[in-house]
Design a protein around this ligand. Structure first.
Ligand code: H79
Length: 468
């Protein structure tokens, strides 16, 4: 079993929780019956009223526009084991028993880790927030946790708490830090009954679901109390139980209330692939722009709720460090996707998988640098904007801040672009160089003329000053 001989994991966790006064056994009896499975939203507090600080944080979040996602864990050591694919899924993909996977903790020693250097690189790229895996599906806590020894401080020779170091560096450099937390757990014995995954890790066919949830809440409490004010919690893995009787038994209401009570300004997001559930503060889309569904699990436009939006994207085909996947998206592609996200009123969360030595992959650093150079010249058309008045189309997208509409031309044109836009336009100029653009506005159509060719530009931005 997962914690067979050494008891690194949940046996200790259960004992620790009992010591902490968690109602380990009693909780199971008070489990409510599963509620309606008809609606996507599980039983959760429908009365959630976000605090003023939370609403302010949502505005901050929408203004920030660009974040960096970090997938770092024991899986990073294996680098995808020689196959392209989701390196952070290697435990599941290669059917590695939990008791074997635990040994990776003994080899985790990222001596080159430098939190300040990371944050500097991401900040130079233009990112304003960071989301890091505090625990991925493999169940290993990348932070110092008291409720399980299966964590980076207690189970590795590294002994340091990288989350604490990152939180301090973020605070010093003015970047907000969010924690990814996987609800799905392939290691904890009490993650039972199992859902779609985690059947090949050698755990006993028994476990106490409510105790697992207590453990999860205890870890979340740690994340919200040990690292100062944080940006929020980015949940994943809910979908593992989507087709089981446990679907509605995540106690999201209680977990979300815990988070909001500990830090009212912390934003909750859950990558469950549905329209937001009550208690959530923004909505994220994995590797699709809002409204797209290339991945097959992101639904349709109907799933876009009214909360702030975000798209999470990979640099290659993996979230965790993959040694052999060189299928990197170019800075141009990534910037154009970020622009596409901004035009859809969404943030862009760009992932990199730090290497097991603690360094960021050099290829990804180069990409971040190139994005940063672009952001220095065009950030005005991204930061602080919202999706603009002209819907995304063949021409590109629009963003808006105050009296300025930014037309992002993403396709080659013949020097003339017509947009369905009923606005009084006072002036139009190219963001690059500031040259005036001929503009006429009549009958609900704005026509830009005399535009230079798109050429090699990743995005030709025209700033329209409007009269409101
Ligand atoms: O953390 C990164 C990935 O490891 C994680 N989410 C990002 C942010 C991730 N987990 N799964 N996936 C990405 C791929 C999606 C799989 C899904 Fe399914 C398709 C979930 C539900 C349908 C495959 C089939 C997994 C469960 C059933």
């Amino acid at each position: 079993m997962a914690s067979g001989s050494k008891g690194l994991g949940a046996v200790v966790a259960a004992a620790a929780m009992a010591a902490l006064g968690h109602p380990v056994g009693a909780a199971a009896q008070s489990t409510p019956a599963p509620t309606s499975a008809q609606s996507a939203a599980p039983a959760a507090a429908s009365t959630y009223t976000p605090a003023a600080a939370n609403l302010a944080a949502r505005t901050w979040f929408q203004d920030a526009k660009f974040g960096v996602f970090l997938h770092w864990g024991l899986y990073s050591e294996l680098g995808g084991s020689g196959s392209p694919g989701l390196a952070e899924w290697i435990m599941q993909e290669n059917k590695i028993p939990a008791a074997k996977y635990e040994r990776l903790a003994h080899f985790f020693n990222p001596t080159r880790f430098d939190a300040d250097a990371w944050v500097r690189s991401f900040k130079d790229a233009g990112a304003r927030y960071i989301v890091i895996t505090s625990k991925h599906h493999d169940g290993f806590a990348m932070f110092g946790s008291k409720v399980s020894r299966y964590n980076v401080v207690d189970a590795t020779p590294f002994k340091r708490d990288p989350i604490a170091e990152l939180a301090a560096a973020c605070r010093r450099q003015g970047v907000k830090l969010f924690f990814y937390y996987s609800q799905l757990d392939w290691h904890h014995p009490d993650y039972f009954p199992r859902g779609r995954t985690g059947h090949t890790t050698g755990r006993p066919e028994a476990g106490d679901w409510e105790r697992y949830l207590d453990y999860q809440d205890a870890q979340l409490r740690e994340l919200l109390t040990q690292y100062g004010p944080i940006g929020g919690i980015w949940f994943d893995g809910w979908w593992d139980q989507e087709k089981t009787a446990l679907r509605d038994r995540w106690r999201l209401d209680r977990t979300y209330a815990l988070i909001h009570s500990l830090q009212p300004a912390a934003l909750i997001v859950n990558n469950h692939h549905h329209a937001p559930f009550p208690g959530e503060d923004y909505q994220t889309f994995e590797r699709d722009l809002p409204g797209e569904n290339k991945m097959g699990f992101n639904g349709d436009k109907a799933t876009i709720g009214r909360l702030p939006l975000e798209m999470a994207e990979t640099m290659n085909g993996s979230w965790g460090f993959n040694l052999v996947d060189d299928n990197y998206k170019s800075p141009e592609t990534l910037v154009r996707t970020m622009v596409g996200a901004a035009g859809r009123n969404a943030n862009f969360l760009l992932n990199t998988g730090p290497m097991p030595n603690g360094e960021i992959q050099p290829e990804n650093l180069a990409t971040f640098h190139a994005i940063g150079e672009w952001m220095k010249r065009h950030g005005e058309s991204i930061y602080g904007t919202r999706g603009g008045p002209v819907a995304p189309g063949d021409y590109g997208v629009t963003t808006q801040r105050g009296d300025t509409i930014y037309v992002h031309l993403l396709r080659a044109h013949d020097g003339r672009v017509r947009l369905p836009l009923a606005a009084k336009v006072r002036s139009a100029r190219l963001l690059d160089g500031g040259a005036a653009v001929t503009v006429t506005a009549r009958n609900g159509v704005v026509e830009l003329a005399g535009l230079p060719p798109l050429g090699d530009a990743w995005d030709q931005v025209v700033a329209l000053q409007i009269r409101r």
